[in-house]
Design a protein around this ligand. Sequence first.
Ligand SMILES: *Cc1c(COP(=O)(O)O)cnc(C)c1O
Length: 419
Amino acid sequence: MDDFLSRAKALDAADELSSYRDQFYFPETPGDHCVYFTGNSLGLQPKAVRDAIEVELDDWAKYGVEGHFDARNPWFSYHELLMKPAADLVGAKREEVVHMNGLTTNIHLLMVSFYRPTQERYKIICEAKAFPSDQYAVESQVKFHGFDPADAIVEVKPREGEHTIREEDIEAAIAEHGDSVALVFWGGVNYYTGQLFDIERITKAGHAAGAMVGIDLAHGAGNVPLQLNQWGVDFAAWCSYKYLNSGPGSVSGIFVHEKHHTSDLPRFAGWWGYNKEKRFQMEQGFDPIPSAESWQLSNAPVFVMAPHLASLKIFAEVGMEKLRAKSVKLTNFLEEVILSVAKSKGATIEIITPSETDRRGAQLSLLTHGYGKEVFKKLQDAGVVADWREPNVIRIAPVPMYNSFEDCYLFGKILSESL
Ligand SMILES: *Cc1c(COP(=O)(O)O)cnc(C)c1O
């Protein structure tokens, strides 16, 4: 392990993002250090968040209702502040991105527009073992339209003996169901295995079958490079509290491709999606803003957007390119440490996340055989914050924004002591 320690120190010294760690609060944990590897579930709090919320509290106290126009960040247009920095993260144009509601709510609202089944074309292609909320959303949408989930939902699984799903199998499933496919709905990065999918390839395959393509980016946004506009994805949605560090339950982002902005896609409407110049004339008939903003229903929830804005400022400063470059190094280093510890301890730890860097983000999922829960407990007692998924997977995510190479070394050291 000494060799890994000296390498970790050298890598940290050479890391130009190393100082960002100081901009976050680390929780109190047992042991001498907190090794926080759960940024894929709840990102750490940026220290700037408190001030960002206080600005809004002060302006509310000072201006009351006039804060809609007189606040330092006028609430009338507050959501607009988030559009550009979030669009840069997901490879979109500013007007293709907006923030509203929670993720699952947005999946439903987007399916209202993008899942328009007919008797001939009604199927949804999705990943087997998708995040439960996505499964419930898809199933309830199918039922809402009067179809039978057993017939209308086509799940693509890993092959026998494999843990991840091959893109060629997704293409084959889409081609097989062809004209009956209404929507391909896929997770960009799988929450359980950490597999990063070739979103461009899936989008092409969906479009070739004449279907719409939607991507859940809960584990993708702020984690991996994305080019949603260029890839032609029809819609996407993500939450802001995982890699995007904006606090529990914070506001969700959506992407609607520009090609749909002036189409007559049906959508559930509210006043915040209405033409801004005429919003207060309160006239009958919906006049949508020709952008993703027209999917907004309500006025901006400023107190959840303030943390997100503070966090997006940090992302804008760092940039996805540098973040990804560090992420690849960090995850590769952690993988090497784990495999080395397992070998020296004669333990079987199978990393089910793909080993190719372009097929994964910051997460590694460790399949433990038999002894998993016990080891997990020991890791926790020594200050590691990781995530246990039944029946036997430990998920860890070295997050490039605030984790260090020394964190990876420390994880290895604690793992070695726990095995
Ligand atoms: C985290 C996560 C969610 C959570 O949904 P909320 O509506 O934000 O509670 C949904 N889908 C996926 C794929 C997730 O990873």
